[in-house]
Ligand binder design. Structure first.
Ligand SMILES: [Zn+2]
Length: 423
């Protein structure tokens, strides 16, 4: 059998394979993004927008609807006279600015420097960032793999430990980038990882935390989707799984967990929707890897804290997603800690985070990681944190300016130190 170069490259490098069948890149040049106040009547607003082709950002539309409007429709949009503020004057220009990754040289020093956090980065450089950190701190870290994506990428991560030795303490467990377009999430978990390792030998609070817990940090649980946001469509959310009988691509990995998956109204059964739940519970390869990895943590020393990092909106969301009346057994304790964490986050830059149960605070979700990890993996605390921006006037959306990476990371690092000191 004769192998073509392309076929061999496909086996060795999923990104090369993806490129061979890549869709045309969407630039969003000239798109204007708006936050429309819906005044609790979003059906009326959606009906008015029906003749246009808006790109919708958010799922919770009871108070506001965030949309990007193509340049050819901006005049028609303005003529509707809606109560709207601008999120991006030119979304394409802001995406182009964000994609200017700068000149950070990962080979220049053993430990990456803080300037890493001045810009966003290509996927391959994120992989290098973690392997460089591991190499610099071999006595407190190892690289881990929590599974394989649809296109064959590793769900890689890093495991950190303190003086008790590898795997001796309960787990603090982070997932980043399950929704591909939420770029700030991987930067924030990178910063937390970085500070835990860099400050371990000099900062008593950090030493106490890392001596008390084993950290398992998986920055990209949806690596195919993340790569796709860099090659093709910055606003892509789901994984890149195809389904027979549909030309639409992608399942929402955070609606695919095998717990309360079968309930209605918290996910979509339409493969073309952003919250498509899959054909069966746990039928994405990413979820299968994550479930097995999560079970291994449960069966080892148990899970103290799980955080699923998302953007945007500035929320700390507690269990549950599947039912707005359900509460975790330790709900009062979780609420007290969320309140304290939000207060600590606010101390750095005045950023306000709203906290409360996920379903009643935002919207219903079924098959979510937090519900699974609370009730099946029995984590003591399992939260979703929705990072910056708030989405209020002039504050952007998924495309958060690079100048806000470091402030976002610093305020979360302060919140995490507070949480793990008090939990
Ligand atoms: Zn998300």
């Amino acid at each position: 059998m004769k192998w073509s170069i392309a076929a061999i490259a496909g086996l060795l490098a999923p990104s090369a394979f993806g490129a061979a069948v890549a869709d045309k890149k969407i630039t969003y040049n000239g798109y204007k993004a708006y936050r429309i106040s819906t005044h609790h009547d979003d059906a009326v607003i959606k009906a008015k927008l029906a003749p246009l082709s808006p790109v919708t950002f958010n799922l919770d539309t009871s108070e506001h609807l965030d949309v990007a409007i193509p340049p050819s429709e901006v005049a028609k949009f303005k003529a509707l006279g809606l109560d709207a503020t601008v999120l991006h004057e030119d979304l394409g220009a802001d995406i182009a600015k964000e994609a200017a990754f700068g000149t950070y040289d990962l080979t220049a020093q053993a430990v990456p420097s803080l300037t890493w956090f001045n810009t966003y980065h290509a996927y391959a450089d994120h992989v290098t960032f973690f392997s460089d950190l591991r190499a610099a701190y071999p006595n407190n870290s190892e690289l881990i793999n929590a599974g394989t994506s649809v296109q064959g990428r590793s769900l890689f991560g890093i495991h950190l430990w303190g003086s008790g030795g590898k795997g001796s303490k309960p787990a603090v467990y982070f997932h980043g980038s399950v929704h591909a377009r939420e770029w700030i999430t991987s930067k924030v978990v990178e910063y937390i990882t970085y500070q835990l390792l860099v400050q371990y030998s000099t900062d008593t609070v950090v030493k106490t935390i890392l001596d008390k817990y084993d950290f398992y940090i998986i920055p990209f649980v949806n690596p195919d989707g993340f790569v796709y946001t860099q090659t093709t469509n910055r606003l892509w959310r789901k994984n890149r799984q195809t389904r027979s009988g549909s030309s639409c691509v992608g399942t929402d990995i955070n609606r695919n967990w095998p717990y309360k998956w079968e309930l209605t109204n918290g996910a979509s059964t339409n493969p073309c929707d952003e919250t498509y739940k899959g054909v069966a519970a746990g039928d994405t390869p990413e979820n299968q890897g994550l479930v097995a990895f999560t079970q291994s943590l449960k069966n080892s020393k148990g899970i103290k804290l799980y955080i699923d990092w998302h953007s945007y909106g500035q929320y700390i969301l507690l269990p549950y997603g599947y039912n707005c009346a359900a509460r975790a057994a330790n709900h009062a304790r979780q609420t007290t800690l969320a309140q304290g964490t939000a207060a600590r986050i606010k101390l750095s830059y005045g950023t306000t985070f709203t906290y409360g149960p996920s379903c009643s605070t935002l919207y219903a979700t079924t098959g979510s990681s937090v519900d699974y990890i609370t009730d099946v993996a029995l984590a003591e605390f399992a939260w979703t944190i929705e990072l910056r921006p708030s989405g209020s006037q002039g504050t952007s959306g998924f495309v958060l300016p690079a100048a806000q990476i470091l402030p976002s990371a610093i305020e979360q690092w302060e919140g995490i130190k507070y949480l793990l000191t008090n939990a």
